[in-house]
Design a protein around this ligand. Sequence first.
Ligand SMILES: Cc1cc2nc3c(=O)[nH]c(=O)nc-3n(C[C@H](O)[C@H](O)[C@H](O)COP(=O)(O)OP(=O)(O)OC[C@H]3O[C@@H](n4cnc5c(N)ncnc54)[C@H](O)[C@@H]3O)c2cc1C
Length: 406
Amino acid sequence: MTFHPHTARRTVLIAGASLAGPTLAYWLHRYGFAVTVVEKAHAPRGGGYPIDVRGTAIDVVRRMGILPRLQVAHIDTGRFTFLDADGGEVAALHPYAVAGSVEGQDLEVGRGDLTAALYETVQDDVEFVFDDSIDALDQHGHGVDVTFRSGRHRTFDVVVGADGMHSGTRKVMFGPEEQFHRYLGYGFAVFTMPNTLGLSRELMMWNTPGRAAALYATGDADDELHAFLNFHQPEQPLTVRREGRRDQDAQRDLVARTYAGAGWEVASIVKAMYQADDLFFDTAGQIRMPSWSSGRVAFVGDAAYAPSFLTGQGSSLALVGAYMLARSLATHGDHVGAFAAYERDTREFVTMNQALVDRGGARLFPTTAEALDRRNAMLRDLVAMPATTPRPAHSALVLPEPAPTP
Ligand SMILES: Cc1cc2nc3c(=O)[nH]c(=O)nc-3n(C[C@H](O)[C@H](O)[C@H](O)COP(=O)(O)OP(=O)(O)OC[C@H]3O[C@@H](n4cnc5c(N)ncnc54)[C@H](O)[C@@H]3O)c2cc1C
């Protein structure tokens, strides 16, 4: 079906109100679409670990008018200290030397700060439905009939899954996640804990082969710490895939067993994990889909191409992907052309960034003694090097101008 801009506003349902969802909603609203966002949580999810916005993604937030706000929220971390098994210092660097970010341009912000900034750009302009999700999709020549978990039924011209790595919308559309999931060999736990070490604007990371424990003080010594336990697991741990309290207990026990006997402050970090009420446990993995759409249903952000935290590029891909998808929908009269253009213009950028996993991030978490020695030697070399080299993948896509607004 071809849309005629002057007849009726095109309707889009977006599942997910985190990064990709509100970004897409903002641009689609600007282009004259009638947008509904459905989010399974009861409000935009605040809190969370620090995330990066880099390269091309900086242009997206600048064009949305939220760059100054994010610059204020920027976490200015001075030091990244690597520790050996006993807690002795291996090397201390500027964090950007490790991540390939550009000082003065790229940003690191709390995930909740970015979510809130994005949400506030659209909250009064589009319809948000919280506490609900998509249960069934039925496509036909004139639209997509959607059945929501709440039992409601509505029809939209287009549906977009922006509901994250474990996208329920993708499951409804294509079936089990396993067919798109590439397991990267690590399990991890993230949570906040009291800042008993008095750390201030710094990151400390302890490594032994296959085990890492990091403490990140994004604020001052009286603020809480973000704790991160990342460990090698050749087989994907089954406990991650299920929800519920009993499985959180199993996840905690798996982490505790993995870190038994560890030095430095690790025992107290594991103890804090048992007390944390914000534990997030998952495995490192990527989503790789041969096509990001089917008919009138498309996917964006982690739902379509999660690159994993090992690349530090998930947020940037979500922002850029949403911008590109909205622009394609605005410039093409029908969804077929729009989705093809979105994929044609964005896939190379995504592929380059997903490929970073084989370089940067995984090197932070060596799994053998030899690899750890090599990593430590590389860190000592980095200390001696004055400048940071930005990763070309971060800026590989030159953001096209926005589409004309109606
Ligand atoms: C520990 C950790 C560290 C990370 N560090 C970085 C980093 O340093 N840099 C970086 O760029 N990225 C990082 N990331 C990745 C980053 O968080 C994600 O790539 C990014 O949040 C993806 O945004 P998204 O909007 O696509 O999906 P998500 O942020 O996952 O949001 C999905 C949204 O959909 C909602 N939802 C889920 N299911 C449904 C449903 N069925 N119906 C409706 N709504 C639903 C969820 O509640 C959520 O609000 C990290 C991730 C983790 C886990």
